[in-house]
Design a protein around this ligand. Structure first.
Ligand code: MOS
Length: 686
């Protein structure tokens, strides 16, 4: 192994910073048309009339598509994607029309001239834990049991020497990648080409082909570069269907559609708010006797999305009496979807703050409390962990952060009017990979070319996949080219669930092996071999997770309540790190997004209208550089022989897990104010 482990610079870096990389909307196509969606102005109801004439007479408008004129989709099973098929409005901002014009400005102007009237129904967008219509979904994402339990939590809580019972809340969050959801579409020769900003060209093709009733080979999805996704581009949203519809209405003409930032708040997914009732019972010496988490969250009325928020609490700590539940309210709200570390990210807020609260009750250091409750095996499945170095992360983080000798008393340190404190929390993310991803290796012109239909959503696949291929072929990395981001290349899994590198890398390793087995070290020009990933049998024997520990320093102004986090430090045990440079970016990005969740991000849904009022980057605050002065990511050299042949665990999401709890715990240490609902804002600490 020589290329793996090197901090190689991004192969696509120069193309990106010089503007040479073309994103979906920029795909150079001749004489494109432009689309702009029209959105519903009620949160629930039926369209009674829709007036398109003013838009249609606008110079440059080609047509206006509504439920009356839109093509009937072959599959309307996914009701998020069944756009313009009927009069029903299920949430405010849902698409009720599409204007197609010569320029984007005309299309947008036209959309403003389309006017609909509605028979409005009463809508309901307010989540609470005491709604009487909460229901238990059949499973939570992607296929976890909704509820789990062993022992008797109530009895254990009643007899616990020390008990903590608290309710925590996380807010509604929107992914907000820099590049919006954008598509260039062309319908030509009975085939559809989509240049789309997506986390997975093949999964996107499969979904869109089904919606339009096309054989998959007549749909091509191309996506060499993505300006961020964080899960919101993991599944195609309605914008892709609209672009395809517009293209089919204008055969031979390329059509472009980019959601505006404001439209993204209704149409591109988001993370559900969560209400987390957390119970911990313990002995005086800090052994957990009971652990329970009951989660309430929302989904949309038209499509269920059940965030698996209580899932991480099932495996983090040992406790003989355990219980987790999920209950959903189906509201008149936009469809929730994936957002970085779905489940783990919100689901480690309540438990990791509760552990801090319990540590105070016990007079025990919060690191020591976690160490005392390390499970020998996964408490949920009874399987041993393939590797678990949480304690080592906590210890190494404590050493680097300067935790030893910390005075635990809250609210007693003051520097120039600022109260200061520190906090810690654990991170976790499952390590998975997917069967059915194929890579192809070809020798051509004295070089090796790897083709794989993966997508690089800005995380580094263009760079790390050649590293993996070079070592697998035992050649210098400079002699390897990788081609990705196109369904013309072999089928590959989505860039999601932190599974990209593990899955695609495994396919590449197997294809390289197949190539060498077939052609040896001296291949002829044009020789090629491919291989497809299978199931990992070790998955039946081991629980596989990456772990981490995050430390935060908080400063809270005693008079104004202004909150600053001058320092964040994470230590992770995430298997083999393929490229320290791109990996560090992943950890730092995740942690910064977690800091943003702790202090800033909050989609404010106005229940009167059912609409997120702060739907732009002026009012939906995201941490900027000045908010994150010193963020450090470190990792342990961890070898895990079970997760996959590469020993790669996946790093895209673990960085955002636990950060908000570490910040909340630091704010408590600084001020003595225990904030249990995110974001932590100055009105809450004063
Ligand atoms: Mo990630 S939210 O699984 O793209």
């Amino acid at each position: 192994m020589t290329a793996i482990g090197k901090p190689l610079v991004r192969r696509d870096g120069t193309r990106k910073v010089t503007g040479a990389a073309t994103y979906a909307y920029e795909t150079p196509v001749g004489a494109p048309l432009f689309c702009h969606p029209v959105q519903a102005t009620v949160a629930r109801g039926r369209i009674t009339a829709i007036h398109t004439a003013d838009a249609e007479v606008l110079d440059g408008v080609l047509d206006v598509i509504t439920f009356r004129t839109a093509e009937r989709l072959a599959s309307t099973e996914d009701r998020e994607l069944a756009v313009l098929q009927d009069r029903e409005v299920a949430f405010r901002g849902q698409v009720v029309g599409l204007v197609i014009a010569r320029t984007s400005e005309i299309a947008r102007h036209g959309a403003e001239l389309v006017f609909a009237t509605y028979a409005e129904s009463a809508h309901d967008t307010e989540l609470s834990a005491d709604r009487d219509d909460l229901y238990a979904p059949e499973k939570v994402n992607p296929a976890f049991p909704t509820d789990t339990g062993t022992g008797d939590v109530d009895a254990a809580m009643a007899s616990a020497e020390v008990a903590v019972e608290r309710t925590y809340r996380t807010a509604m969050y929107h992914n907000n990648p820099l590049e919006p959801h954008a598509t260039t579409a062309l319908w030509d020769n009975d085939s559809l080409t989509l240049w789309d900003s997506t986390q997975g060209v093949h999964p996107s093709r499969k979904t869109i082909a089904k919606v339009f009733g096309l054989p998959a080979e007549r749909v091509r999805v191309v996506c060499p570069y993505v300006g961020g996704g964080f899960g919101s581009k993991g599944l195609p949203h309605v914008n892709v269907v609209l672009a395809a519809m517009a293209a089919r209405a204008h055969p031979g003409r390329p059509v472009k559609l980019a959601l505006t930032r404001q439209q993204m708040f209704a149409l591109a997914g988001y993370r559900t708010p969560t209400i987390q009732r957390m119970r911990l019972g313990a002995t005086r010496d800090g052994s957990l006797t009971a652990l329970a988490l009951d989660v309430v969250e929302q989904t949309s009325r038209i499509k269920e999305f059940a965030e698996q928020t209580a899932v991480p609490a099932r495996m983090m700590y040992a406790a003989p009496n355990r219980r987790t539940t999920h209950r959903l309210a189906a509201l008149d709200v936009p469809v929730p979807s994936w957002m970085r570390a779905p489940g783990e990210c919100p689901g480690m807020f309540g438990p990791e703050v509760a552990m801090d609260e319990l540590a105070y009750e016990l007079g025990l250091d919060p690191i020591e409390l976690r160490v005392r409750n390390e499970p020998g095996v996964d408490p949920e499945s009874g399987r041993p962990f393939s590797s678990r170095h949480l304690v080592e992360c906590l210890r190494e983080g404590a050493r680097r952060f300067g935790w030893d000798g910390r005075d635990p008393r809250p609210g007693v340190r003051r520097e120039d009017g600022w109260l200061t404190g520190t906090g810690v929390a654990a991170s976790v993310y499952p390590s998975s990979s997917r069967a059915g991803t194929t890579a192809l290796v070809r020798f051509s012109g004295g070089r090796y070319a790897v083709e794989i239909g993966a997508a690089d959503l800005g995380t580094g696949a263009w760079t790390v996949l050649p590293q993996i291929a070079a070592d697998a072929l035992d050649v210098p990395v400079e002699e390897v080219d990788v081609a990705l981001g196109d369904t013309a290349y072999p089928v590959a899994a989505v860039a999601g669930g932190s599974m990209g590198t593990a899955t695609w890398g495994s396919a590449i390793v197997e294809a390289a092996r197949a190539f060498r087995d077939k052609f040896g070290r001296d291949p002829d020009d044009g020789d090629e071999a491919d291989a497809t990933t299978g199931d990992n049998p070790a998955r039946e024997k081991y629980a596989m997770y990456a772990f981490g520990a995050q430390f935060a320093e908080a400063r809270v102004h005693a008079d104004t309540g202004e909150i600053r986090v001058p320092r964040l430090l994470g230590v992770f045990a995430a298997g083999r790190i393929v490229n320290p440079r791109t990996a560090r970016s992943q950890f730092l990005g995740g942690m910064t997004m977690g800091l943003s969740m702790a202090l800033h991000e909050d989609s404010v849904l106005d229940p009167r209208f059912g609409h997120v009022v702060n739907h732009d980057l002026a009012e939906y605050h995201i941490a900027v550089n000045a908010d994150a002065p010193d963020v450090q990511a470190h990792w342990l050299d961890e070898e895990d022989p079970h997760v996959n042949a590469l020993g790669v665990k996946g790093i895209g999401e673990i960085g955002i897990v636990g950060t908000a709890a570490a910040v909340a715990n630091a704010v408590f240490h600084a001020t003595g104010a225990r904030i249990r609902d995110l974001p932590i804002t100055l009105d809450k600490v004063l």
